[in-house]
Design a protein around this ligand. Structure first.
Ligand code: AMP
Length: 116
């Protein structure tokens, strides 16, 4: 397990103190430390999954919950009407730098491009 992967696990175990925006039995959401847009939230499963390549049928509920929570947070942060982007990066060519599955929720300004 590398250090980058550990970062999100340390957030979940409260070893790194981060304001948690949302948490339930399956997923947790917090602000990205280096936001690429006015609203930049990361949504992660509570149990470790490294990349999108590692999902299987047992993860359907978690993956569905990640999207549901993205939509909920977008409404709560009032970016739903103007719109937003959700992104999952996978491995090197997908721009994944932290090997703990996460969904980016990006919004708050127009024309957010695929910049990861
Ligand atoms: P990715 O490139 O898809 O793997 O995205 C990883 C994201 O995690 C980047 O947008 C980083 O800014 C973000 N990040 C790294 N460390 C932290 C941290 N301690 N708290 C919140 N976000 C982080």
């Amino acid at each position: 397990m590398n250090n980058k992967k550990n970062i999100f696990q340390q957030i979940l175990s409260k070893k790194i103190i981060t304001k948690i925006i949302y948490e339930d039995n399956l997923v947790t959401a917090f602000n990205d430390i280096k936001p690429q847009s006015p609203i930049h939230v990361l949504i992660i499963p509570n149990n470790f999954i490294s990349t999108l390549n590692d999902i299987n049928k047992n993860h359907e509920l978690i993956l569905g919950r990640m999207l549901l929570v993205a939509s909920k947070i977008a409404k709560k942060m009032l970016i739903d009407k103007d719109g937003y982007r959700v992104v999952i990066n996978c491995n090197k060519n997908g721009g994944q730098t932290i090997f703990y599955l996460h969904m980016h929720l990006l919004g708050g300004r127009q024309g957010i491009k695929f910049f990861f």
